[in-house]
Design a protein around this ligand. Structure first.
Ligand code: SIN
Ligand code: MN
Length: 272
């Protein structure tokens, strides 16, 4: 990645697989600064903090760019914003910002889903153009609930994105999602294995500071954290202004209504 832009190989991988891993995009010191903010943010009494129903631990801390200056710097960082504009060269706004947390031994999961299923039904977004950008605040390994992808699952027929291929899961999770039917998962994994037998499902593992970009239709999930290590992942959704929400009744922390296009900021995260 030169000049905070993706190279051709990276763009090809993203377009083929529907996701792209950028190992250690931010330094360990930069990530530590963000981690130091978390206990204070988690302790705040706000509906933007969403808890696990079994343990009461924080599962998601939302709207963080409005709650903390350091997270605001991360949201607008050129290492994240420049690639986003390369992929979607039109004005983009910040739809959602959060840290998804998995405490040690947490049995809370994210079922297989497409973000678009949720954006379409919940937010009234018409086209699957949003980008999901993650930054790992902890090392993510096979034990602490990595995000898993089905390569190529973004290249799908429209019919699969329709609601009859999804079910509403508010049972196995503390944050309800429209999840993708098992039959679709089976077909998509099969299709991926025809291209690469070892890549039916890929767990996106990486050191803290690693970033991840994926499309709105790429199928993903994450399993329970059965390790003694926590797993916190920063996630933001950027969406073209031309594709903005149709529902205006969602709380702002779930879908920000400000459509001001994002502008990249430079520098490192250590200096405010
Ligand atoms: C997770 O944090 O494990 C899931 C993230 C997502 O669905 O975007
Ligand atoms: Mn998702």
């Amino acid at each position: 990645m030169a000049g905070n832009k993706l190279n051709e190989l990276q763009l090809n991988d993203l377009n083929r697989d529907g996701f792209l891993i950028l190992p250690e995009l931010f330094s360990e010191n930069e990530i530590e600064i963000l981690n130091e903010k978390m206990p204070h943010l988690w302790a705040q009494d706000t509906e933007a903090n969403i808890r696990e129903k079994n343990s009461g631990e924080i599962r998601m801390a939302m709207a963080l760019h409005q709650r903390d200056e350091q997270f605001s710097k991360l949201v607008y960082h050129s290492k994240l914003i420049n690639p986003a504009y390369q992929i979607r060269p039109e004005p983009l706004y910040v739809q959602q910002v959060k840290v998804n947390n998995k405490t040690p031994f947490s049995d809370d999961v994210w079922q297989w889903h497409r973000d678009f299923g949720n954006h379409n039904v919940n937010d009234g977004i018409r086209r699957p153009l949003a980008l999901n950008i993650h930054v790992y605040l902890d090392d993510v390994n096979q034990f602490n609930g990595p995000i898993c992808f089905i390569p190529g699952s973004h290249l799908t027929e429209n019919r699969e994105v329709a609601s009859h291929e999804m079910f509403f899961d508010d049972q196995t999770t503390s944050y309800a999602v429209w999840a993708v039917d098992e039959a679709v998962i089976g077909n998509q994994v099969n299709k991926a294995q025809k291209l690469n037998p070892d890549h039916g499902i890929v767990a996106a593992m990486g050191k803290k500071g690693t970033a991840l970009i994926f499309f709105d239709t790429t199928i993903h999930c994450s399993p329970a954290n059965f390790s003694p290590w926590k797993r916190s992942v920063f996630s933001m959704i950027l969406n073209p202004v031309s594709n903005a929400y149709g529902n205006t009744d969602r709380p702002d922390y779930l879908h920000h209504k400000d459509l001001t296009p994002v502008e990249p900021l430079g520098g490192d995260l250590l200096n405010i």
